[in-house]
Design a protein around this ligand. Structure first.
Ligand code: HEM
Length: 158
């Protein structure tokens, strides 16, 4: 952003989109705080809680994986190696679960992060929830993927 003081000097402060590195103030400690707070609430949630309690046997391992996941996404640390899709396909979850997950995550993020960091977390959470939900629906045969649509496959070959 460019600002001019009364003497007419122009100063340039780094903002996203102007080629300057964008630092929303995310670090490993705040990621761990956020992940612990979110899963503390998710475990108690009437809709999400039973799914987690039935599937997660080692909570510290789960928290560790999720910290690595968010660290890779927001800090590009490369700490996460895993397959979120494979972990979710067998779970009894559907659109209402994703809606509730996002609602609870947004509420936790807004309470714990400054707006710039909150925007980064929520932007990525929404994208990933969308791709998980779509990918799961395709794997369950609820929607067809492009390769399974004969007409699309024909056109793609042409
Ligand atoms: C619909 C709501 C969701 C439920 C009920 C849910 C539940 C679960 C469960 C039970 C696991 C396996 C945990 C374990 O075995 O330790 C898991 C793993 C995971 N979830 Fe979710 N999840 C949901 C949505 C999401 C979303 C929206 C994201 C990302 C934004 C996400 C990210 C992950 C990741 C990264 C893992 C670890 C996968 C691995 O490497 O093993 N989940 N989730």
């Amino acid at each position: 952003m460019r600002t001019m003081n009364q003497a007419g000097n122009v100063s340039v402060s780094p903002t996203a989109g102007e080629g300057a590195p964008f630092d929303p103030g995310i670090n490993e400690a705040m990621i761990e705080g956020l992940v612990r707070a979110f899963y503390g609430r998710a475990r108690l949630d009437p809709l999400l809680g039973p799914v987690f309690e039935a599937a997660v046997t080692d909570w510290e391992a789960h928290i560790g994986r999720l910290c690595a996941f968010w660290s890779s996404i927001t800090l590009k640390s490369g700490r996460y190696r895993g397959e979120p899709m494979a972990a979710h396909v067998p779970l009894p979850i559907d659109s209402p679960h994703f809606e509730r997950w996002l609602e609870l995550f947004a509420d936790t993020v807004e309470k714990m992060c400054l707006p710039a960091a909150a925007a980064v977390f929520m932007g990525r959470a929404n994208q990933i929830a969308d791709s998980l939900e779509l990918g799961m629906a395709a794997k369950r045969g609820e929607i067809k993927s492009a390769v399974d649509r004969p007409i699309r496959a024909e056109r793609a070959r042409a």
